[in-house]
Design a protein around this ligand. Structure first.
Ligand code: FAD
Length: 278
């Protein structure tokens, strides 16, 4: 039967990270609630039927965005709008604020959070692609303590991550870098990536010596393509189609079209990253 009402659940509102972690461990089938912009639609469609929601929205300190040595640490509850508007991010890691500004619509950006997006691991989401390209580190807290997870190893499948049951993402740390850019072909209705590319380049004496491309939206997890040497840009771009043998197709875009988009977007993102490297 079609319904737009969630199945029954209990609601819990912790005021500290420790309390949230304890609730997640103790309650049966508990899920974290952050911005609710992926979880609540899934619950209304009964694609997700958690027995308990642990709303972290009022846990203080989880929305901070600040410099952290040679990087930037972004709290899990920082909204997409806050990341897009942050002077710290715009100045130190503009690829991330660019991507945040391209997410969904104003309402989604005002409610959705970076921690929720990373934990949800939607193949069409923007942050997984960008944090993988940047070599970010995701901090998660669980019953057994705190873990630092490399973005490269975090996204393990469609809507699946390396998080253990009951673990809470508390922040993500990205290295500050300006020589990076994001290009996306978005679905006209939702804004999700039909295909997207994050590119990071290293430049020496006006020449690109290393190119790292990450493709999102095309397969179940972000796909990394790298090349080094004086022809790094051409070499990395040429490798894109062959790395996307498992491209997904759907009613909006075939696998072949997604592969084609990824090659076009890779060239655009690399060109902008090189320009930014100045
Ligand atoms: P929730 O919906 O609250 O949670 C999502 C999942 O993550 C749940 O399983 C929850 O238990 C878990 N979770 C949440 N926070 C944590 C945490 N700190 N630690 C551990 N687990 C946690 N996204 C894009 O990237 N690009 C788009 O263009 C885009 N367009 C959208 C358009 C629409 C109309 C909608 C409704 C959503 C769109 N989104 C898009 C998704 C949006 O960005 C969501 O906000 C995001 O995916 C989830 O963040 P949230 O804070 O809303 O998480």
């Amino acid at each position: 039967m079609y319904t737009t009402r969630p199945a029954p659940f209990t609601f819990h509102r912790p005021s500290t990270v420790d309390e949230a972690v304890s609730l997640l461990a103790e309650l049966d089938d508990a899920r974290v609630l952050a911005g609710g912009h992926s979880l609540l639609p899934a619950m209304k469609l009964r694609l997700s039927t958690p027995g308990a929601l642990v709303d972290i929205g009022r846990v203080p300190g989880l929305a901070a965005i600040e410099r952290d040595g040679d990087g930037i640490r972004i709290g899990a509850l920082a909204t997409h709008a806050a990341v897009a508007a942050s002077e710290v991010v715009r100045g130190g890691c503009p690829i991330l604020s660019d991507a945040a500004a391209l997410i969904g619509d104003r309402q989604v950006r005002n409610r959705g959070t970076i921690g929720g997006s990373l934990a949800h691991a939607d193949p069409g989401a923007d942050y997984p692609t960008v944090v993988t390209a940047l070599g970010a580190t995701i901090t998660a807290v669980g019953r057994t303590g705190t873990r630092e997870l490399a973005a490269d190893e975090f996204f393990t499948g469609l809507f699946t991550t390396a998080l253990e049951p009951g673990e809470l993402v508390t922040s993500v740390r990205v290295p500050a870098t300006v020589s990076a850019a994001y290009a996306k072909h978005k679905h006209p209705a939702s804004g999700y990536a039909v295909a997207a590319v994050a590119a990071v380049v290293s430049v020496d004496g006006g020449t690109v010596t290393r190119a790292r491309i990450v493709v999102g939206g095309v397969t179940g997890t972000p796909v990394v393509v790298e090349a080094a040497g004086k022809d790094a840009i051409a070499a990395a771009t040429d490798k894109v189609p062959q790395k996307l043998a498992d491209a997904l197709g759907d009613t909006y875009a075939s696998a072949a079209y997604r592969r084609h988009l990824a090659s076009v977007l890779a060239r655009r993102a690399l060109a902008t990253a090189f320009e930014r490297a100045g």
